[in-house]
Write a protein that binds this ligand. Structure first.
Ligand SMILES: *[C@@H]1O[C@H](CO)[C@@H](O)[C@H](O)[C@H]1NC(C)=O
Ligand SMILES: *[C@@H]1O[C@H](CO)[C@@H](O)[C@H](O)[C@H]1NC(C)=O
Ligand SMILES: *[C@@H]1O[C@H](CO)[C@@H](O)[C@H](O)[C@H]1NC(C)=O
Ligand SMILES: *[C@@H]1O[C@H](CO)[C@@H](O)[C@H](O)[C@H]1NC(C)=O
Ligand SMILES: *[C@@H]1O[C@H](CO)[C@@H](O)[C@H](O)[C@H]1NC(C)=O
Length: 500
């Protein structure tokens, strides 16, 4: 039974035949000469080093400096793409940096880069890129990383066991970031550093954030990763809350639809089945065993989420936007296929210096996705890690496109209200308020928000921010559907400005 995250999105794709990615040129890609890359050996860990190469606007159309490369950890190699900020940092001795991670599990962060919020986006022919006026690197440098190993351009030298949980990759990512900001781009050493991402990154972001805070505390004399905040877009934090939110998303007009997506008959069936699904998921949560959690997933998919997910696929329903058609398998959006086409061009391989170990670039790794689905990672809530971040004064933003189903707003609101922490009472006492942004030159109401600022550490006046922000007229990928609003949202968050 399928249930993955970028979800059902992957579901239908697994069964479908993917067209082979044939490089358009018959020229074999020459192995990148080692001299193209500069190597930085980590001073903290003998097993970690970073290979980096300068790129120009040929590959990604942006005026800013850009670099690509790999973090090498023994036999594991993590691909990254770094872009400088368009605007200079107002403070001369510190420069902000934001990390982006696409979810999946198994999704390449090149989806975020080339389809959503990167400094450049795919052109319509899949043979080049165009400058993105709403790229997120206006006031911050950005780094996109393909992780865990096995995803996108990240690879392992031997076919050993694939990563199967959010915690293992976080360890390598923490050392990578530490080395990157202390040795490769020390301009970012004082931060602020922000982790952003989407979908299954609701798991990746809190686990990586917690790992960073933990290592900073454990090794105060090592270079610190100056984590200031996290921004989780349509993230999977709590599976039960997300599944519970299916009903509200499909059976009411709350997502911002004129009529509910499902009729009364279906809604009654889903509502009647919901308590059993919730009950079994609770058992999985208290006894996180793959057999139990797998059975719980089967019940919930068969009896609740499957009514929609079984109709997902080309020409059918789109799990990322309940109002949109599904154009292609994989992730429903046909532009995603252009990314595969573009990055598999012989010229792209050559420019990036892709090693012979990678035959083929895919935006989605079904192997990694399957490895995760055999563990309980998906059902395990990352709420404890979010709690740990807030307790250590890391600000947390949850932002949500309201038309999404797989990581729906109803579930995010339910989770945020039930989330037990020092700020819960104040947070739940508030109601969502509208917020406005300038869209196409006109100030427009674009969604709702609420937030609290809580003193988390005894004797420290500093307050920590927890915010939930929704965006109307947007599905799972807010920067794709509402680019102008998404950039405003990020800019306000980075600047510490209210959504009022
Ligand atoms: C490239 O990957 C796709 C799946 O993403 C696979 O179907 C195809 O056979 C691969 N092509 C090569 C040349 O390995
Ligand atoms: C480095 O890698 C080797 C071999 O994988 C391992 O035995 C060793 O513990 C690692 N060292 C550190 C500091 O992680
Ligand atoms: C950009 O890089 C490509 C490949 O690395 C190279 O062929 C091209 O001449 C460069 N363009 C500029 C303007 O430097
Ligand atoms: C409700 O929707 C389902 C699925 O679209 C359909 O098969 C069924 O006939 C509908 N029932 C009514 C009463 O309209
Ligand atoms: C803004 O303008 C673009 C291009 O004309 C259009 O596609 C989009 O729907 C507009 N957005 C809003 C919120 O009106």
């Amino acid at each position: 039974m399928r249930f993955s995250l970028l979800l059902s999105l992957i579901g239908p794709a697994l069964g479908a035949i993917a067209p082979p990615q044939i490089p358009l040129s018959s020229q074999p890609a020459p192995a990148a000469s080692a001299s193209d890359f500069t190597t930085f050996q980590s001073t903290i860990s003998p097993n970690h080093s970073i290979r980096i190469k300068r790129q120009n606007a040929t590959l990604c159309d942006t005026p800013v400096d850009q670099y690509t490369g790999w973090l090498d950890v023994g036999h594991k190699h993590f691909f990254f793409w770094y872009f400088a900020s368009e605007n200079a940092s107002p403070s001369p001795d510190s420069a902000p940096l934001a990390l982006w991670m696409t979810g999946g599990p198994g999704g390449s962060s090149m989806i975020g880069l080339l389809l959503e919020l990167g400094p450049c986006l795919m052109n319509k022919d899949g043979d080049g890129t165009v400058y993105n006026p709403y790229g997120w690197n206006k006031d911050t440098a950005m780094i996109f990383v393909d992780q865990p190993v096995g995803v996108g351009f990240s690879y392992s030298d031997h076919d050993d066991t694939l990563p199967d949980n959010s915690f293992s990759s976080a360890e390598d990512m923490q050392i990578f970031l530490q080395t990157f900001i202390s040795q490769v781009f020390p301009v970012h050493l004082k931060g602020p550093f922000v982790i952003t991402g989407e979908s299954y990154a609701g798991h990746y972001i809190p686990t990586l954030g917690a790992q960073i805070v933990k290592q900073n505390l454990l090794y105060p004399h090592h270079p610190q990763v100056p984590l200031k905040s996290v921004a989780i877009g349509n993230g999977l934090i709590s599976r039960p809350d997300t599944i519970f939110g299916y009903w509200e998303t499909l059976c009411t007009t709350n997502p911002g639809v004129p009529e509910p997506v499902f009729n009364q008959t279906r809604c009654d069936i889903m509502a009647a089945n919901m308590p059993r699904c919730m009950d079994i998921l609770k058992t999985c949560n208290s006894h996180p065993d793959p057999a139990l959690c797998g059975a719980a997933e089967t019940v919930c998919v068969d009896e609740v989420t499957g009514y929609y997910e079984r109709e997902v696929g080309i020409g059918g329903r789109n799990p990322y936007d309940v109002t949109a058609p599904c154009d292609v398998d994989e992730i429903c959006y046909s532009d995603a296929d252009l990314i595969t086409k573009y990055l598999n061009l012989e010229s792209s391989f050559r420019t990036l210096g892709v090693p012979p170990a990678i035959k083929n670039y895919s935006i989605m790794s079904p192997e990694v996705e399957r490895a995760f689905s055999r563990t309980v990672d998906i059902q395990i809530s990352t709420e404890p890690q979010v709690h740990y971040l807030l307790s250590n004064q890391v600000d947390v933003l949850i932002y949500q496109g309201n038309l999404d189903l797989v990581c729906n707003t109803a579930g995010a609101q339910r989770w945020a209200s039930n989330f037990v922490w020092k700020g819960q009472a104040e947070f739940t006492s508030k109601t969502m308020q509208p917020w406005a942004s300038v869209v196409n030159g006109t100030k427009t109401e674009v969604g709702t928000f609420k937030e609290v600022n809580i003193k988390m550490v005894e004797g420290d006046e500093k307050t920590t921010r927890f915010a939930l922000v929704t965006v109307d007229g947007s599905g799972h990928m807010v920067p794709l559907d509402q680019p102008e609003v998404a950039l405003d949202l990020l800019t306000r968050w980075l600047a510490g400005k209210s959504f009022d």
